[in-house]
Design a protein around this ligand. Structure first.
Ligand SMILES: C[S@@+](CC[C@H](N)C(=O)[O-])C[C@H]1O[C@@H](n2cnc3c(N)ncnc32)[C@H](O)[C@@H]1O
Length: 463
């Protein structure tokens, strides 16, 4: 599989000490000491006319470097004139601007640039630069000693297209030979991230944050994030979910208890508690008895209620949450068998009841019926299956979680580490239909007011 990272340059991998206004002022300082002009007085004249101020307009006529600089020097001449610099002084300043601006001494890399480029290259990512920049960008990249990391280096000056214009992203994708997957990393929410997203390229905003965007504090974190997302996309999500719940074990009950990042204010938290109470009452009313298997039992929030009804065995793929479940049962004076076991493992015996909490929503839509068939194979004829799961509600998860996209959700731990999990909000009617198709009878699927779906059914056959 070919995968590529498209990097922005200026503000992302590297920077210039001093921007356009500083360049002009520094030249003025030597050409006309004591000129009294300030950066802020130059700003109005520098806030329009640059090619990237009109990204919707392609500018193929500026693709030649001299043509690009002629245009830009015209803009700078206007800015100088607006502060009273004209004639031969303006000519002298502008004659030096190109070489001063592109002088390598002024450009440097951010300290995390090379470690991040190394990490992504080691992980097999092909790399490109797409930057709204001057024609000399490839020379600057070469001068900074990082050109060997990149298969493609595109400056907007050379291609006549400015981000966020979609055609700029099309250019880099074409030059990369259409990798199967591509990510953008940049520091500009609009030009880099929204621009890429408009072309179906996901992006990570670095050194900044913006609501609704994937953000990373630095370049290494950005590479880690795209690695995780990619691993999840190509099928590693099942393992990632287990890693997530292992790492989250000691924070997991914060979700039930509306603590920390899971609190959504008194009113929402009150509604949550009422729904949780309703779910617990509903579970108490299920006629479980005999041998009960609890699949993906996690920290065992529901286990005491089940252990009071029969001979309970808790299963989960992660040991850490099960350790918390064990303590919970001991503290309640209850007993159960506890075993690390994958939910997809073939049953090794038959039981009278199967319960699972918040597990169905982690199952791929394409596999839901396979799982229900597996539940049926666990159950003795007439055996009872019950589940509690999530309804989609913006106040259900952590305050810093966004809703799933394409059934995949990015989850964070308290320390900011993020993981991808599958999260499918099945409609109650779809669950009921799937249970019926899997041969269950007495199918009942209901909901609490806001947060939960509650379902039960029996395996066909005499009890
Ligand atoms: C949302 S938690 C639910 C925990 C618990 N049932 C509850 O209701 O609070 C999902 C659980 O599924 C477990 N899990 C994830 N993948 C699994 C797998 N393939 N097999 C078994 N358990 C898995 C996780 O370790 C986690 O404890």
């Amino acid at each position: 599989m070919t995968k590529a990272v498209i990097w922005d340059f200026d503000g992302t991998l590297g920077k210039r000490s001093g921007r356009w206004s500083d360049t002009l002022l520094e030249i003025l300082d030597t050409e006309s000491p004591g000129h009294g002009i300030t950066a802020s007085s130059l700003m109005p004249g520098l806030s329009r006319g640059f090619p990237w101020h009109n990204p919707e307009l392609p500018h193929p006529e500026l693709a030649d470097p001299d043509a690009w600089w002629d245009h830009l020097l015209g803009v700078l001449r206007g800015a100088l004139a607006s502060v009273g610099v004209s004639g031969s002084l303006a000519d002298r300043v502008l004659a030096r601007t190109r070489s001063e601006y592109t002088c390598l001494d002024r450009w440097s890399l951010f300290p995390d640039a090379i470690p991040a480029l190394d990490r992504s290259r080691r992980a097999g990512w092909r790399q490109a630069i797409l930057s709204n920049h001057c024609p000399e960008l490839p020379d600057i990249i070469r001068g900074l000693g990082i050109s060997h990391y990149f298969e493609v280096i595109l400056s907007s000056a050379a291609i006549g297209l400015e981000k966020p214009n979609s055609q700029a992203f099309t250019c880099v994708i074409n030059d990369l030979g259409h990798p199967e997957t591509a990510w953008m990393i940049g520091d500009d929410p609009e030009a880099d991230i929204t621009g890429a997203a408009n072309c179906g390229i996901p992006g990570v905003l670095v050194r900044a944050s913006a609501p609704g965007l994937d953000c990373a504090p630095d370049l290494l974190a950005a590479v880690d994030l795209i690695e995780q997302r990619e691993a999840a996309r190509v099928g590693g999500i099942d393992e990632e979910m287990v890693r997530y719940y292992s790492a989250r074990a000691d924070q997991y009950d914060d979700w039930y208890l509306r603590r920390g990042r899971y609190s959504h204010g008194a009113s929402n938290d009150g509604a949550w508690r009422a729904d949780l109470e309703a779910a617990a009452t509903w579970l108490d009313g299920r006629p479980f008895g005999g041998r009960i298997a609890e699949i993906a039992a996690g920290t065992g929030w529901w286990s005491p209620a089940l252990a009071r009804k029969g001979e309970l065995t808790l299963y989960d793929a992660a040991a850490e949450p099960l350790a918390i479940a064990a303590t919970r049962l001991v503290e309640a004076g209850l007993r159960a068998q506890i075993q690390v076991r994958n939910a997809w493992a073939e049953p090794d015996r038959m039981v009278d009841g199967v319960f699972t909490g918040f597990w169905l929503s982690h199952i791929d839509r394409a596999r839901l019926e396979d799982f229900l068939d597996l539940v049926a194979r666990w159950l003795a004829p007439g055996g009872l299956f019950a589940f509690i799961d999530s309804r989609q509600d913006p106040e259900s998860g952590a305050v810093d979680h966004r809703p799933p996209e394409a059934d995949v959700q990015v989850r964070k731990l308290d320390n900011g580490t993020s993981f991808c999990v599958r999260k499918v909000f099945y409609e109650p009617a779809d669950l009921a239909a799937a249970l019926a198709r899997a041969g269950f009878t007495d199918v009942e699927v209901a909901t609490t007011d806001r947060f939960f779906v509650l379902g039960s059914a029996r395996r066909r056959g005499a009890v």
